[in-house]
Design a protein around this ligand. Structure first.
Ligand code: XIL
Length: 370
């Protein structure tokens, strides 16, 4: 079992960071894991993890079982893992993940059926037109049908929009990808229809990044995502939710709760649910020792979640990883002082950090979903 540490913030430390209430002080306000605290409000909490970790690392596995109601594999469902060649599927990792999750009563989210990244090398060739469309359709049908009835949701399309001129030349922001190039802009709606045919009940999600901050880039991104979702709904595509990745930066000050909250309301007004699908807060750019950085990270979690959970269409929160022992950010987010980064709710020894309290506190304060 995890031993919970009671942590209170020092007001001096917070003042030094320019942080104050309502985002600056936390204490453990509930008992039990984050999933229990989320569930008490009709929400869920989960995390992503690499396949195999639940079997390889007992301390980590115990933390996942204590804290989470749902898990997402970080790579097992991506094309480069599922598709060794055009004619073959390899479901070995994905099957194992699903079996382990179900054995432990955890719900599962599938990520991601269509993405411009994580494609196998053989897919780089000249597909084109009907062949690419058929390949995509068969991929979705086979994969979703295999896990029919076992998944809580699928990320059907991931990161299709990018407002930057280097990634898109289109007014709608659809960005360069094999699927856009070879199938055309209809690939998104087609993907949702194929997924729905293969599983009539699973929640189908459009998942994307960069929608949190108050900058012109994020403004454009929010507007383009909203347009895409509106078009999909108008066309009758079976999209059920927006996944907002929410990879945050603890040094970033441009979080505007009013603007962010309005965006959530706009998405909800389309009849869509919202999942905060890949939350983490990088402390790469925050100077200082771990306790100071932990304050900044917790502050960002608190600001994001207390605003997001106010919107009743938000149904759950997933952190991208659970413990700092395993975070995808280690690869590219190297601190100048070479200290390991601390972006997740548990530290590398599985002890709860201030971020944990910030997340738990946001759940405790959230309006109850009915
Ligand atoms: C990341 C995984 O966590 C890494 O293990 C992998 O090497 C690269 O992809 N947005 C997404 C996720 O939608 O699929 C990415 O996951 C993180 C960013």
């Amino acid at each position: 079992m995890l031993r919970r540490t009671f942590i209170t913030s020092t007001s001096a430390g917070l003042a030094a960071l320019g942080l104050g209430p309502p985002f600056g002080s936390w204490r453990l306000r509930g008992q039990g894991g984050l999933q229990s605290r989320a569930a008490a409000r009709g929400l869920f909490f989960g995390c992503s993890l690499r396949t195999g970790l639940l079997e390889q690392d007992q301390a980590f596995a115990q933390a996942v079982f204590a804290e989470c109601g749902l898990i997402v594999p970080e790579t097992a469902f991506k094309w480069d893992h599922l598709r060794p060649s055009e004619g073959q599927f390899d479901f070995s990792q994905a099957d194992r993940f699903v079996d382990v999750a179900r054995t432990h009563g955890l719900k599962i989210r599938g990520h991601a059926l269509v993405w411009y990244r994580a494609l196998p090398p053989w897919l780089g060739g000249q597909f084109g037109g009907a062949r690419a469309a058929t390949l995509l359709q068969q991929h979705i049908t086979t994969t979703v049908a295999r896990y029919r009835g076992k998944m809580e949701s699928w990320d059907v399309v991931n990161e299709a929009i990018d407002p930057s001129a280097t990634r898109s030349h289109r007014p709608d922001g659809l960005s360069a990808s094999l699927w856009l190039d070879q199938v055309g802009p209809g690939y998104i709606a087609d993907a949702f229809h194929a997924a729905r045919e293969a599983d009539p009940d699973v929640l189908l999600v459009y998942n994307d990044n960069h929608m949190e901050y108050d900058t012109s880039y994020f403004d454009r991104k929010r507007a383009m995502v909203l347009d895409l979702l509106r078009k999909l709904k108008d066309q009758g595509a079976p999209v059920g939710a927006l996944g907002m990745q929410s990879h945050m930066d603890a040094a970033e000050t441009r979080f505007n709760p009013t603007k962010y909250r309005q965006f959530l309301a706009d998405v909800a007004s389309l009849g869509l649910k919202i999942i905060l699908s890949e939350v983490d807060v990088s402390d790469e750019k925050v100077a200082g020792p771990a306790p100071v950085r932990d304050q900044a990270v917790a502050s960002a979690y608190s600001a994001l979640l207390s605003t997001a959970l106010d919107e009743r269409s938000v149904i759950g929160v997933i952190t991208w990883g659970l413990s700092d022992r395993y975070t995808w950010l280690t690869k590219d987010h190297t601190r100048t002082d070479r200290q390991p980064i601390r972006p997740l709710p548990l530290d590398d020894a599985m002890h709860p950090k201030l971020a944990y309290d910030a997340i738990g506190g946001a759940f405790d304060a959230a309006p109850v979903r009915v």
